[in-house]
Design a protein around this ligand. Structure first.
Ligand SMILES: C[S@@+](CC[C@H](N)C(=O)[O-])C[C@H]1O[C@@H](n2cnc3c(N)ncnc32)[C@H](O)[C@@H]1O
Length: 209
């Protein structure tokens, strides 16, 4: 395991090979996430190394965080990286599928930089840990759509910030989800060499942004 320094974010993180190394999508999300300064409760799904919530915890000292990851290795790293960056009193970490172990949801905001690539013949050959980091189902976005349907049915007042890739998703796919009565907005787009990333916000319940 190697310790990495992220000077722009004033963080140090231990990241083993089996845990997602922060990449363009991670930084795109962090840079464009403009949260209300009075925010109290943030849930992050798929925390990976913990970079997003650790960075936010340092900048929103009054907020509390609940971070999940389906990978036990990632969950343990998030915990130890929280201690390393002295934000462990603000962040609870749970190994679970999305938010499925939480009975009553009450976050102001939910964040997920999800696995968003489609399963294909190449990604099918990947080890399971890599698949969990990269692929979100046959079409690439089933995992995140599952979460959206779940949040809508749970009647929680919250917003979900997440990322889609043009490799799997385009603006026509909006209809599929907006037909279900979910409000969504593209916050930012990022053109990369081989794909475009979309940062999208979904609003649920009576959340007024
Ligand atoms: C693209 S990585 C993002 C990691 C980190 N948040 C970042 O931005 O650098 C996706 C993360 O989601 C986790 N993950 C995948 N499916 C999940 C699920 N159903 N529930 C919780 N976490 C999941 C993976 O283990 C991985 O850590």
């Amino acid at each position: 395991m190697v310790r990495y320094n992220f000077p722009e974010y004033k963080l140090e993180l231990d990241i083993p090979e089996e845990v997602y190394f922060p990449a363009e999508d991670t930084f795109f999300l962090i840079r464009n996430l403009h949260l209300n300064e009075n925010i109290k409760s943030v849930y992050e799904i798929g925390g990976g190394s913990g970079i997003i919530s650790i960075f936010l915890a340092k900048n929103f000292e009054k907020a509390s965080f609940l971070v999940s990851d389906i990978s036990l290795t990632a969950t343990k790293m998030i915990q130890s990286n929280c201690k390393l960056n002295e934000v462990d009193s603000q962040i609870d970490v749970i190994c679970m599928d999305k938010l499925n172990a939480i009975r009553y949801l009450s976050p102001d905001v939910i964040i997920w930089n999800p696995p968003y690539l489609p399963e294909d013949t190449e990604t099918k050959k990947l080890p399971i840990a890599d698949k969990l980091m990269l692929t979100g189902g046959k079409r690439g976005y089933e995992e995140i759509y599952d979460l959206i349907i779940y949040l809508q049915s749970s009647k929680v007042n919250t917003s979900l910030y997440t990322i889609f890739s043009s490799i799997a998703w385009d603006e026509d796919n909006f209809e599929e989800i907006s037909e279900k009565g979910v409000h969504l907005e593209i916050i930012k787009e990022l053109k990369l060499f081989f794909e475009k990333l979309y940062l999208v916000r979904f609003d649920f319940g009576e959340y007024d942004g």
